[in-house]
Design a protein around this ligand. Structure first.
Ligand code: ATP
Ligand code: MG
Length: 384
């Protein structure tokens, strides 16, 4: 009997006229993760994606499809002709594989093809009766322990007994591109992941304290980027040394170091974003988590920027962020030791930075020229 993987999407089904666009992105992304796992062709078919399982490893398929945003759930199904008799046979076969003595069953039918002569409800009833008759099992509509799902399309019907949850969200690439400021810490990988979840293509920029970019290129930063690769797909990381900033700020009041450094990062990132076609910046900031993330400092840091800064973790507690980092697998990498730029910065930073002081100091150090010099020192790595 032919077996297929049926993929369902939720939110993208609601996008009206844009629906084909979202579906195409989803198909592209599913094809990408299936490379090396299955050479089957993924088809769009009446509001779902379908591909034959062939002899590919189901566990690998599960692992791959679970990283594709936009997937609401998916299932491994047996294919039947869209005729009552043949559906009955497949339903009995599928149910018999999972039926235990104490189990109660419910059959759920969906018609994608409304020209099928029997309503979903009627067909569920008929199939339920068939199960009782052939397998002597009980039916429970309110509280079944097992379910058999039937989907009827124009040219075929699918029968399956388990729905596997996908990651939800929207297909990466359907919401445009953003540039994420990626540190070696716990928060920014999670923030990047959340932007991918909402359909953004995410490129990264990383500021490092080394003289040579290659030292950062061979650090755990790349491991974090690779860990997120199943979600992100092809991406780029720009590495920027921070020494031009350090040199220019040796005589600046230490408590303003942090705010100035953050403005330096945003200004450089904005230029990188422009050249990459990214429309917004992303950080892992969470309100008042540390001294640099007080409301006053966030305001002072963002004044005069041309691009919006998205902070998807703004309302998250540290524990919530850690839980998510564990789930997506970045936590272990984030806690590995790494020489972060911020370790060279004042022990008692200003928590209520004044915009006029920031402006004066920026003129003094000639921020724009530090930004330009640093950009010239950058390197860019493609990850795919
Ligand atoms: P994280 O856990 O992401 O490092 P954090 O709690 O350490 O965050 P900060 O060090 O204040 O907080 O950094 C806030 C945000 O600024 C980070 O989430 C990241 O988006 C950005 N950022 C900090 N350091 C760097 C860096 N070296 N390169 C790029 N972005 C950075
Ligand atoms: Mg950090």
């Amino acid at each position: 009997m032919e077996r297929v993987c049926v993929i369902h999407y939720s939110e993208i089904g609601l996008k009206g006229r844009n629906r084909p666009f979202f579906e195409k992105k989803l198909v592209e992304n599913v094809r990408r993760v299936l490379k090396g796992v299955s050479d089957a062709r993924v088809k769009r078919l009446q509001g779902r994606l379908v591909f034959p399982l062939g002899d590919s490893d189901p566990q690998k398929i599960i692992g791959s499809v679970k990283s594709v945003f936009g997937v609401s759930w998916f299932a491994f199904a047996s294919v039947s002709e869209p005729k009552v008799d043949s559906i009955k046979r497949v339903v009995v076969e599928e149910a018999s594989k999972i039926a235990g003595k104490e189990d109660t069953f419910k059959v759920e039918v969906k018609r994608a093809d409304k020209s099928f002569p029997i309503t979903s409800l009627e067909l569920s009833k008929i199939l339920g009766e068939t199960l009782v008759e052939k397998l002597s099992i009980k039916i429970s509509l309110k509280n079944p322990s097992k379910r058999v799902y039937v989907e009827i399309l124009k040219n075929e019907a699918y029968v399956f007994t388990e729905r596997i949850k996908g990651p939800g969200g929207l297909p990466v690439g359907s919401s445009g591109k953003v540039l994420s400021l990626l540190s070696g810490g716990i928060d920014s990988p999670v923030a990047s992941y959340l932007m991918m979840k909402r359909g953004c293509e995410v490129n990264y920029v990383h500021f490092h304290p080394f003289y040579d970019n290659s030292e950062a290129e061979n650090s755990k930063i790349m491991e974090i980027v690779r860990k997120l690769l199943p979600y992100s797909g092809r991406t780029a990381v720009t590495f920027i040394p921070s020494y031009e900033f350090q040199i220019a700020t040796v005589n600046i009041p230490a408590k303003y170091d942090l705010v100035l450094f953050r403005r330096f990062m945003f200004k450089v990132a904005e230029k990188v974003a422009e050249t990459e076609g990214a429309k917004a910046l992303v950080t892992g900031e969470s309100l008042a988590q540390v001294a640099s993330q007080t409301l006053d400092n966030m305001v002072a840091v963002s004044i005069g920027l041309k691009m919006p800064v998205f902070r998807p973790l703004i309302g998250y507690d540290k524990e919530e962020i850690i839980a998510l980092a564990n789930k997506i697998g970045t936590y272990e990498l984030s806690i590995k030791p790494y020489k972060d730029c911020c370790s060279i910065i004042a022990r008692h930073p200003e928590t209520r930075a004044k915009p006029e002081v920031v402006k004066e100091l920026e003129e003094k150090i000639n921020m724009d020229s530090i930004v330009d010099k640093s950009l010239k020192l950058s390197s860019r790595v493609i990850v795919e």
